[in-house]
Design a binder for this molecule. Structure first.
Ligand code: SF4
Length: 213
């Protein structure tokens, strides 16, 4: 069984898949408390659903792209059969994970979007650095940037771990409403950093507080 917060169909707002229609399966529960978290409702709200029940609802949308997200989806054991079943059914599966839980058991075909926590989140000390060693060429890495300290932290991790060469993409995403995307872009250009500036597309299309988009 899984505890599911919500399943919805929307436009993918992040990663190199941004702009594509996508079914989101949001799992309940998270053991982090990032200062800028935009899904605190996923900490506790949810209902018990079987893997088959979730697959049936996903199928109804007839959408090839599916993202498994949270909360922190790797906290629930049945996320593994869910991801395997989605892959078997021919979906492109994205997994958004907070970077503090091991990705060792994530199926090979799944695209991991690994969120590396920066100091401004308050949770950087929990990063599991072995996840960076396990990156596959189709995986992507994301840093949410709150201020200059976060930027310099991300820059150092990117350079030290040669992330641009080892992942499909490295994204820097400014905290919405806190860090001006232009400022982040100028820092990135000044350092010739090989990353993508990522704006959360769904927050530009819909009101940032809207749920289920
Ligand atoms: S890991 Fe994600 S869901 Fe958990 S507190 Fe951080 S931003 Fe929120």
């Amino acid at each position: 069984m899984l505890t599911i917060n919500e399943i919805f169909y929307s436009i993918q707002g992040e990663s190199t898949y941004a702009g594509r229609p996508c079914v989101f399966v949001r799992l309940t529960g998270c053991d982090l408390r990032c200062s800028w978290c935009d899904t605190p409702y996923a900490f506790h709200e949810g209902s018990k659903r079987s893997v088959d029940d979730v697959l049936e609802e996903v199928d109804r949308y007839g959408c090839p792209l599916v993202e498994v997200t949270g909360g922190e989806p790797l906290l629930q054991e049945d996320v593994y059969p869910l991801m395997e079943s989605l892959v078997t059914r021919g979906h492109t599966v994205l997994l958004e994970t907070g970077g503090h839980r091991s990705t060792a058991r994530v199926p090979e075909a799944v695209v991991i979007i690994l969120d590396v926590k920066c100091p401004g989140s308050g949770e950087a000390h929990k990063n599991d650095w072995t996840n960076l060693e396990r990156l596959r060429p189709h995986d992507e890495v994301k840093f949410v940037i709150k201020d200059r300290e976060d930027y310099e932290y991300a820059r150092d991790v990117i350079v030290r771990h040669e992330l641009a060469a080892r992942a499909a993409a490295v994204h820097l995403s400014p905290v919405h409403g806190t860090l001006d995307p232009r400022t982040l872009s100028e820092w990135t250009l000044a350092d010739r950093l090989p990353v993508r500036i990522q704006l959360q597309l769904h927050k530009l299309i819909w009101d940032p507080a809207t749920r289920g988009v």
